[in-house]
Design a protein around this ligand. Sequence first.
Ligand SMILES: [Ca+2]
Length: 167
Amino acid sequence: MSTLLDRFRQVLLEIFPDPLSYADAEATCAQFAPCDGVEIGSLSIVADRTAESFIKTVLGNLVAQPPAQDVWIGLNDITQEGMFTWSNGDPLVYKNFAVGQPDNGQASGVQSQNCVMYSPALNGWDDVQCQLTLPFFCMMPYETPQTAPQMPPTGPGGPGGTNPNFV
Ligand SMILES: [Ca+2]
């Protein structure tokens, strides 16, 4: 399990490697939503470069050979074409669309593209068809450790797989 602790939001980003459509990925994340939280249980937003770097690192470890797989991020313009919104309602401040994107499928000319993936190969974001199946990250609850003593940091692949560089 690979997670990124966002200390400000008190959430963890956790990868779900099995590919799903955007809607099914959203539904999977929503299973973890508490009654009183809007962030927990949504597809991961990418609020800054730190989060994006983490996602890229996890993807690099996920597959043996590059190129790493693309993943859904919690960004879409399903409601209104061209108006991209994060799954948790945050304003779209940090953006990293790849060159020429979002193009709503203009290049392919096949079908509108309303859901956004992060592509390590593109080193950025691309709007694609929502029915594509991709791995994804969910925003998961982070529970502050109680009175247990601090454990020494573990490297990637250690217990829990938490990368100390991002905590
Ligand atoms: Ca596109």
